[in-house]
Design a protein around this ligand. Structure first.
Ligand code: GDP
Ligand code: GDP
Length: 437
């Protein structure tokens, strides 16, 4: 388990200011795009060597008062359900409002620690004014100025006090779970796929922090396997700043690829694979990520006997030379093969992680080399005597030879194909090096 702290409070009390201050050390990226609002923001904060997940529960709240109440209640409910502790923020500049009272009522019933934080205590006079908040019925009040940072050290001391070694290990373990990113162009069905997965199995463990605030990591548990889905669709769109949004969505897509072990590349079956899709595919491959291609909206296709086979053949031409990739025909809308997509993603992850024992590798590969030798170059025989897998995050193989510079692409490809056919590396980029023996 890891430790999660949620910040709740009505709008404008300074929640996101505090959130950003807490995340400072972890270099949060603050992208205040107008026209874009977030439900929640996530990050990993750290104090005195104790990392914890931090959630800022409420950015945008609708104008109308009724909806307002509903949203606030939802916010508090989420916080109480998802977090281990709650920072309940109020604002000395405005004093106690009805909403503060309402939230205090809900939070006093929580069995989890609640830290009442009076913000905007920028000077001594405010310090006196802050005492009125004792009437909210919490034993301790923490007075802070989120803007200057005054008082936040004591607050953090209190927040991290209950964090155990197991919690710290939990955060580190989070970072070791398989990470999937659903990537693709706008409108191919990424959010639909995500929603379909959520609907398919109510087994989400929790939302946790990405390494940047552009991504949300959701911890899943399917087929008794745990994995993290990196969500870049965490931003709600308003039509205005369309260009900005597209720009940011590209940046976020790149970040998601960086953070992922396996990319689920979604393409639109009707449009077919486009140049932009191929760019994304190559990007993921160059970065050494596992790849599964999901041809979505398959329900819209007019299916004849060979449609899938022909489609796959054409698609492979476009993504060549890296064609040893799983291709699945899915429908997020009709929930067709969506769990299969995850299952295959996990297989790709396992292949990517696999270390082939050197003895087995040599036994198989030296036989392949024996049956088809590297071409003779300038009158001398090119001999490969030994192969080993290099311990890197992308499966990489070093072939030891007398003439490393004389082995050309076709033979390199032969070796890669042999590796792929003898050991399963479907969806995994593989690297091959020749070294002087
Ligand atoms: P949120 O809606 O609760 O997330 O609030 P914000 O973090 O957006 O802050 C609302 C306003 O309060 C902003 O104008 C902040 O600059 C201001 N603010 C936040 N913290 C402090 C503080 O400690 N002192 C003062 N004077 N203003 C603050
Ligand atoms: P995103 O921008 O990639 O997240 O795409 P969305 O999930 O928002 O989907 C874009 C549009 O495609 C929406 O109108 C969806 O209802 C539709 N859509 C998504 N998946 C499918 C599918 O499997 N079949 C069909 N027919 N429509 C889909």
């Amino acid at each position: 388990m890891s430790y999660t702290v949620a910040i709740v409070g009505r709008p404008n009390v300074g929640k996101s200011t505090l959130f950003n201050r807490f995340l400072e050390q972890r270099k949060a990226i603050v992208d205040d795009i107008s026209g874009v609002t977030r439900d929640r923001q996530y990050g990993i904060a750290e104090w005195n060597g104790k990392p914890f997940n931090l959630i800022d529960t409420g950015g945008f709240v609708p104008q109308s008062d009724d909806i307002f109440e509903v949203e606030i209640r939802k916010q508090v409910k989420i916080a109480v359900e998802e977090a281990n502790a709650i920072v309940f923020m109020v604002d000395v500049a405005t004093g106690i409002t009805d909403l503060d009272d309402a939230m205090a009522d809900m939070l006093r019933r929580s069995t989890k620690p609640v830290y009442l934080v009076v913000n905007k205590v920028d000077n001594g006079q405010c310090e006196l004014d802050a005492t009125e908040f004792y009437s909210l019925g919490f034993e301790t009040i923490y007075t802070v100025s989120s803007i200057s940072g005054a008082g936040t050290g004591e607050l953090l001391d209190a927040i991290v006090a209950p964090i155990t070694q197991a919690d710290i290990d939990g955060i580190l373990a989070q970072e070791e779970l398989p990470k999937f990113a659903i990537i693709g162009q706008p409108n191919v069905g990424k959010s639909s796929l995500l929603n379909a997965l959520v609907g398919a199995e109510r087994t989400i463990v929790s939302d946790i922090a990405g390494t940047t605030r552009d991504t949300i990591h959701t911890h899943y548990n399917l087929f008794q396997k745990e994995f993290i889905l990196i969500d870049t669709a965490g931003l709600r769109k308003k039509t205005k700043e369309k260009e900005d949004l597209e720009f940011y969505s590209v940046i976020r897509a790149i970040r998601a690829v960086d953070e992922a072990d396996v990319c689920l590349l979604v393409i639109d079956a009707v449009n077919g694979i486009t140049a932009q899709d191929v760019n994304i595919f190559s990007l993921a491959a160059r970065k050494g990520k596992g790849i599964v291609v999901l041809v979505n909206k398959w329900d819209l296709m007019n299916k004849e006997t060979n449609t899938a086979r022909d489609y796959e053949a054409k698609l492979k031409q476009k993504i060549a030379p890296f064609t040893d990739v799983p291709i699945l025909f899915i429908s997020a809308k009709e929930k067709l093969r969506i769990l299969k997509a995850i299952e295959i993603g996990l297989e790709v992850y396992d292949s990517k992680k696999r270390r082939i024992p050197t003895s087995q590798l040599n036994e198989v590969m030296l036989k392949a080399i024996e049956s088809y030798h590297a071409p003779v170059v300038r009158g001398h025989a090119v001999k490969i005597k030994f192969v080993t897998q290099i311990p890197t995050h992308v499966p990489s193989f070093a072939f030891f030879t007398n003439y490393p510079d004389d082995i050309k692409a076709p033979y390199r490809n032969y070796l890669e194909n042999q590796l792929r056919s003898k050991f399963n590396f479907k969806g995994v980029p593989v690297r091959i090096f020749f070294r002087k023996k």
